[in-house]
Ligand binder design. Structure first.
Ligand code: FES
Length: 145
């Protein structure tokens, strides 16, 4: 297998092992770390997680494919995720998405996602996983510099 976690992520995993009494509860954190590390979850990463948790590959695969926020293919561009859930929508996420589509779709893959837990900073988006909150269309150019 060609996937392995970075040293930094391995340290995080060791810490997580202490917090979860059952190792299998680490499926979601391990998938998140794999995606954060490589921008997507490869078959090799799922195989690595399967071995690490001593669980069937298909179980890992079924969890990874259930949640729409997991990406199983390598993105071709950098990624901007725009939250479209209630707090963000009420505070202008639709305008943010339109502005991004009109001005940045050549350089970035712009996708809508559900609540990312930053509702108090609505509207928000992530750029390569980094949160940007209280966005206005005027702020976007500054954020993407
Ligand atoms: S509704 Fe957008 S982060 Fe929660």
């Amino acid at each position: 297998m060609s996937f392995s976690y970075t040293q930094e992520n391995s340290i995080k995993i060791a810490s997580l092992l202490n917090r979860y009494p059952q190792k299998k509860a680490l499926i979601l954190p391990l998938l998140w770390l794999a995606q954060k590390q490589d921008s997507y979850i490869s078959e090799d990463a799922m195989g690595h997680i399967s071995e690490f948790l001593n669980m069937p590959y298909m179980h890992i695969y079924s969890v990874a494919t259930f949640y729409t926020m997991f990406r199983l293919t390598k993105p071709q561009k950098r990624i901007i995720e725009v939250c479209r859930t209630l707090s963000c929508e009420l505070n202008g996420s639709e305008d943010i998405k339109k502005y991004l589509d009109n001005n940045y779709s050549k350089e970035f893959e712009i996708i809508e996602v559900e609540c990312m837990g930053a509702c108090s900073g609505a509207p928000m988006c992530t750029v390569d996983g980094k949160y940007h909150e209280n966005l206005t269309t005027e702020m976007i150019d500054e954020v993407l510099k």
